[in-house]
Structures are given as C-alpha cells and as structure tokens.
Write a protein that binds this ligand. Sequence first.
Ligand code: ZN
Length: 285
Amino acid sequence: MKLIRFGDPGKEKPGVILPDGKKIDVTAHVEDYNMAFFQSGGLDSLSEWLESNSTSAPVIRDHLRLGPPVAETSKIVCVGLNYADHAKEGGMAIPTEPILFFKATSAIVGPNDDMVIPRNSTKSDWEVELAVIIGKKASYVSEEYALDYVAGYCVHNDYSEREFQLERGGQWVKGKSCDTFAPIGPFLATKDEVEDVHNLRLWLKVNGEMKQDGNTSDFIFGVPHLISYISNFMTLLPGDIISTGTPAGVGLGFNPPQYLKPGDEVELGIEGLGASRQRIRAYDG
Ligand code: ZN
C-alpha cells in the first residue's frame, strides 16, 4: 500500500494511493497513521478494509496538499556517512560503526512544502535519503528479525546547514533540525511494495540539474544492521524514522561548495517511493 496524509498542516487526514493512481480518503476506517495505528495492526486491517471499500471511498482531489505520511514520530535517527563516496567527498573516514545523530521532529514537513533557509544561514545544503518507518516497538532486535519491525519506506531530504553542523562546535544536531529541514514523502510505501531495499536508485536535482544519483546498493550498513544496531541503544517506537544516509553530490562536496538560495527548486526521488519537490525561500519571520 501507498499511504498518504493530506490537508492543511497539522490537520492532515489519512489516505491511500490505489494501484491505478487514484487517491482515496480512508478516514472512515483510520483515524491517522499514528503510533496507535501501527501498534494495533492497522496496516493489516486497512489492507483488508480496502478490499471491499476502495471503490466507494471518497476520492481526494489532486491539488490538495500532502503532509508527511506518518504522524506522531517520536524521533528521527539519522545515520551519517553511510555511503563511501559521500564520506570521501566530505573528507571523512569510512565509519567502522554506524554514526548516529538526531534530527528534531519539529523539522518535519510535507514533501512539497517550501524549505525555509534559517535565519543567519549561508550554507544550507541538500541530502536525498531513504527513510525507514518503524511499525513495531523495537528493543534489542536481532538483524535476522529486524525487517519485521519496519512499516515501510519514504523519501526524505535531510536538509543540513553546514556552518551550524560543522563550524559551530558540538553536535551535528544544530545543522539538521531547523524548521522545514525534513520533508518526508510523498507517500509511505509499505514494506511489501519494495522488492529489494538494498537496490533502489535515489537522485536529487537542484534547478533541474542532477546533483546526486546513487543507489542504496552502496550502503556501508544495510537496513537490518541499522535497526538492530540502533535498537541496542534506544527503543524505536512505531512512527519513528531512521534516515539511512546520503550518497555523494551534496553541495558541500563541490569545489567550491554550492549552497541553496531563495528561489531555487529542489527535486528528489527514490525508485518506487515517488518524488518530492521543495521551493527554497528566505526566512521572513
Ligand atoms: Zn543525512
């Protein structure tokens, strides 16, 4: 299934994109794609409900805004330097254990919402990433069973302010957590929609020009390893997001570096998971 949430920010309702591309409203059956939904077997129950109700459910008009396809995310755990070519372009060593950092959940926005360059930023950058959405509480999970804890996958742009991240001391979290720095979606593709999560092309363009063009086959640490590894340090809850790192081609990697400016347009996508687009604008608060 392809799950979407649609409507105004903070008031999104759950929907589904059917195999024929039609988008339907499923509020008659689902309250939201939140922790309770995943915890109570909501995916199976929705799939069953769709069998007899997909043709009669209200159709969502195409121009309606899409929100992030998952609600009540308690944390975004990001993996740094998970592609060798990206570690190299940043002049960093290839990690021997996954590098973890947090991104504030208040950064989450819809897939096509504007990205706002934060106040005093001159080094706002892009990072296309495969996001894993957790579907079941995971603590001390073995690699063998790790995928049982996955609800599905999404496109994520891990926007990063390089000065805040790398030049202002302390942890990377400062450069990762600004408002609008985590557009998620367009949809959550449930696990069964993705044949091989370790063979997905992912790409990102700025103003129509290809900047990143990678494949998850180049992961240093694969999805089962990451889930197992992270679950040894913290409990992952339904709706949590693991962002699995970005391939080469970020702005920081160019010589001279290329950073985003108001008016730019960023488009990104992952094979089977759709594409998103953000217009870049200046902070005006
Ligand atoms: Zn990242």
